[in-house]
Ligand binder design. Structure first.
Ligand code: BG6
Length: 532
């Protein structure tokens, strides 16, 4: 399957021992992080960089320049901070000191406010020092905006006006300069559109990497492989055979220390506009003509645009919102959302939502896609469950003997325990019942688990995504039209809920699977929501 391999992320090639194609080698580059003293840098970016270093996936001479407002920090003290953070990270099991000692030599810090033009002289000077031994055409750089969305705009303007990121029309030109933007990209269609216009007036699309970290998850990419590298699923992947699809992203955590951000975002901006719509798009899209970034993204945009508009008349029927109330999660008593720090006592921000979408196209007409996400649920689990139609005629349990047969379900487990399972019916062994039409039937699972099959757990998403930025592979990043199509779909829901406060706001006890209103939404379909 050469086409597919060519466009797997570089990390996958290395992990599974496939020789890296020449185009996938990470080129020499420097990563500049804005927001270097923030949470994302220490929780996600440095653990991912360290792992890449440990796996020898970084180009020789790769360097990180961290930019932050704490001007008292030096290269030395910043390195110490990041070393401590690695020790606390769940994503790095064991830090190998020899790897760290080599890697830390290439970590640098410069103090400065990235929204202030004066800081850019210091950044340039430091970059010149770091790259002093590099040939000009190898001075590739990417600028990672791990900063609040309110400062995206001034920073991209300054990156351009300072000359650090010139517009480069030819993707083959060297050195390259790229910008990586964290989510949320805008907070509505209008703001995302304005931001896209600004960014694309300064840089070419191929220089802009919009992160949706769900796309970096191994199993999310596997959705396409499962669908398009096998011939047994695709013939069934349509309205004739699929009864409904359930997409879940459940978390046990509450809003933690992010009350301020979350009050503004809520679950729809935080999870639906990006991660969940991406899962839906990959599940429902048509086969792309190749696995190149634009071919895949074209198909995703098409399918997002085919999702039925959520009109104010239908929203009360197709969408449910709720907040977690006090309860118990994993044996621990936790407060309700309105009692979390930085959350208003009469907050209208939903921490849970469930929406029934329809994809109005030839393949999916009439098949509901039930999508839900919530904080403080009993279990951390993200999955896509494709429920197939019941068999047309039940000769066994359905004919008045025993239970109804359960339709087949294909579950793609995004996390944890990444893998795929197919549920189907088998005959219970034994001859307890003499008549063939009365034989006992039971559901069983055929299961594939990544950890068992490949002897390792999936790589954290940021590792895959950072390496892809370094090699210029854009398939796992969202394009401007894709982001806007997602906002276009979500905006009416946000507007409707903002202008129709819930009175009272439905709640669910922390540690439960959501409000009763959500059960009504899915109704009796296959026994209601899955409890994975
Ligand atoms: C982030 C959201 O994008 O995704 C968080 O802002 C959420 O609120 C997180 O917790 C979930 O990602 P993961 O990879 O932990 O499932």
């Amino acid at each position: 399957m050469p086409g597919l391999h060519m466009h797997m992320s570089a990390r996958q090639h290395a992990t599974y021992g496939t020789k890296l194609p020449e185009m996938s080698q990470a080129e020499h580059c420097t990563m500049v992080i804005f927001g270097a003293t923030g949470d994302l840098t220490k929780r996600k970016l440095f653990p991912a960089l360290y792992q890449l270093a440990a796996e020898h996936l970084l180009a020789p001479g790769f360097a990180v320049l961290a930019v932050g407002r704490e001007s008292s920090l030096t290269d030395e003290t910043f390195r110490t901070k990041m070393r401590e953070a690695l020790g606390e990270s769940d994503e790095v099991k064991k830090v190998d000191d020899s790897v760290w000692q080599e890697f830390e030599k290439r970590i640098f810090f410069v103090g400065g406010d990235a929204t202030d033009a004066a800081a850019y002289e210091g950044i340039k000077k430091k970059l010149d020092e770091i790259e002093s031994e590099c040939a000009p055409e190898t001075r590739n750089r990417f600028f990672y905006l791990a900063v609040p969305p309110s400062v995206f705009e001034p920073i991209v303007r300054l990156l351009s006006s300072s000359g650090l990121v010139p517009r480069i029309d030819d993707p083959k030109q060297r050195p390259w300069a790229r910008v990586v933007v964290e989510k949320p990209f805008g907070r509505s269609l209008a703001t995302a559109h304005a931001l896209n216009q600004l960014v694309l007036s300064l840089f070419a699309e191929h220089q802009v990497y919009r992160i949706d970290h769900f796309l970096g998850k191994e199993t999310v990419q596997n959705v396409l492989v499962l669908r398009f590298a096998n011939s047994i699923f695709e013939p069934l992947w349509n309205r004739r055979w699929v009864s409904h699809v359930e997409i879940t992203a459940a978390e046990t955590v509450g809003v933690e220390a992010r009350g301020k951000y979350y009050e503004e975002a809520g679950v729809v901006r935080d999870m639906f506009q990006n991660h969940l719509l991406q899962l839906l798009a990959l599940t429902a899209m048509e086969p792309p003509y190749s696995m190149t970034a634009d071919a895949v993204r074209d198909e995703k945009v098409k399918v997002i645009r085919s999702i039925r508009w959520l009109s104010p008349e239908t929203i009360p029927e197709v969408a449910v919102r709720a907040q977690y109330a006090a309860g118990t999660v994993k044996g621990e008593k936790v407060p309700g959302y309105r009692d979390e720090p930085d959350v208003s006592k009469d907050s209208q921000t939903p921490t849970y939502a469930a929406v029934r979408f329809f994809v109005d196209n030839w393949r999916w007409k009439g098949v509901p896609f039930f999508v839900r996400s919530g904080k403080r649920m009993p279990k951390r689990v993200s999955e896509i469950a494709v429920h197939f139609q019941a068999p047309p005629h039940l000769m066994f349990g359905g004919n008045g003997v025993g239970r109804d047969l359960e339709p087949n379900v294909l579950v793609m487990r995004v996390q944890p325990n990444e893998g795929v399972s197919l549920n189907f019916e088998v005959k219970v062994p034994g001859a307890a019942v003499a008549l063939t039409q009365n034989i006992e039937v039971a559901p069983v699972d055929m299961d594939f688990a990544y950890a068992e099959a490949f002897g390792e757990t999936a790589a954290p998403a940021y590792e895959t995504l950072l390496l892809d930025v370094m090699i210029g592979e854009m398939t796992l990043f969202t394009r401007s039209d894709e982001v806007e199509a997602a906002w276009r779909l979500i905006d009416p829901l946000l507007d409707y809920w903002a202008s129709h406060p819930a009175d009272p706001m439905p709640t669910y006890p922390a540690g439960s699977w959501g409000p009763k209103e959500a059960d009504k939404l899915i109704g009796k379909m296959n026994g209601g929501w899955r409890k994975p």
